[in-house]
Design a protein around this ligand. Structure first.
Ligand code: SF4
Length: 334
């Protein structure tokens, strides 16, 4: 693989080697805090990047120092033959790690094939183990399939599976401990995610954010005080804490109360071919027309470079004038 000059460093000296690729904005569940139940306008299929276009983009980004790719959605497993894309990405020189974030509903059928294709890291989004509450939160009765998906992923050989749980105040408090127990029993790491202002219906409000410290307090009351774990990768967004008995750990994605933008190494490619330097960015760079047109790799490289160079210091959720991005989370990808 030909490396093309200086790595992707933004104006604040942050090196970017982590690309998140959304392969669809569609989803097979309807989480309350993400999208409306009905009348969701999805991107027309013809506007969604093909696997070949995604692979070309990732190959170019790998030449600029990108080594990690996370596949996201909407729900990525609703995209047919996703293992074909994973195999293609795994064959790109320089790409060392391929990860996936899924809601797990279709995981039981696809875990083996994804593992064989080269997928190594798995995050499954699951906010509750209570079936009735799952239906209330997602408007779909799919908890049994998610749990079957987790079992299939374990059988397929996925290790250190992470469970992403979104902590909305007033909805999530009674799930904190049952999920922690579930994680300890199965060797999964529960990732408690502070609710972010990225929902399509504008439900977000600071008062609805269950903070990391709130969750730590509840866990401490149940298991004894948790200790911060040594940080294996300061660039990774999660803050990890160990249970006092040493049986496992939990992670916190505390974007609201403990922003981690100073160490950010991520850029995002949306399903309809826009490059974003931040989850909350108010601007983005269109690359689909280049991927579909006659543009050479050099032109696309230049677009990637310019996007990273223009990156801001970080989100402004805590600031009075905070403006949420024009795209909701399901159209960006986590
Ligand atoms: S909010 Fe933006 S800058 Fe901050 S960590 Fe997330 S993607 Fe990076």
């Amino acid at each position: 693989m030909e490396s093309h000059g200086t790595p992707l460093i933004d104006g604040f000296g942050r090196l970017h080697n982590n690309l998140r690729v959304s392969v669809t904005d569609r989803c097979n569940i309807r989480c309350l805090y993400c999208m409306p139940e009905k009348n969701v306008e999805f991107v027309p299929r013809a506007e969604i990047l093909s696997f070949e276009e995604i692979e070309r983009f990732v190959r170019i980004a790998a030449g600029l120092g990108v080594t990690k790719v996370r596949i996201t959605g909407g729900e990525p497993l609703v995209r047919r033959d996703l293992d074909r894309l994973v195999r293609g990405l795994a064959s790109i020189e320089g790409i060392r790690e391929i990860a996936l974030t899924t809601n797990g509903v279709l995981l039981a059928e696809q875990a083996e094939a994804l593992r064989r294709a080269g997928l190594r890291r798995l995050n499954v989004h699951l906010d509750t183990l209570d079936r009735a509450k799952f239906v209330e939160l997602t408007r779909r009765d799919e908890l049994p399939r998610v749990l079957a998906g987790l079992e299939a992923a374990e059988r397929a050989g996925f290790e250190s599976i992470k469970i992403n749980a979104v902590a909305v105040r007033g909805l999530f408090e009674t799930d904190i401990v049952p999920l922690a127990r579930f994680g300890r029993e199965h060797g999964f790491q529960i990732r408690y995610i502070e609710f972010m202002p990225l929902d399509a219906q504008g439900l977000w409000d600071r008062s609805r954010v269950l903070l990391m410290e709130d969750i730590l307090r509840v866990l401490g009351e149940e298991f004894g005080p948790l200790e911060p774990a040594p940080d294996p990768d300061p660039r990774a967004p999660a803050l990890e804490y160990r249970f006092p008995d040493g049986r496992g750990s939990v992670g916190f994605i505390a974007s609201v109360s403990r922003p981690f933008c100073l160490n950010c190494n991520r850029i995002r490619l949306t399903a309809d071919g826009h490059l974003r330097y931040c989850l909350f960015a108010l601007e983005e760079t269109e690359v689909k027309s280049l991927l579909r047109g006659s543009a050479g790799d050099a032109e696309i490289r230049e677009r990637i470079r310019r996007t990273v160079a223009a990156k801001w210091l970080g989100h402004e959720i805590q600031q009075a004038g905070f403006v949420p991005p024009p795209r909701p989370m399901y159209a960006i990808g986590g």
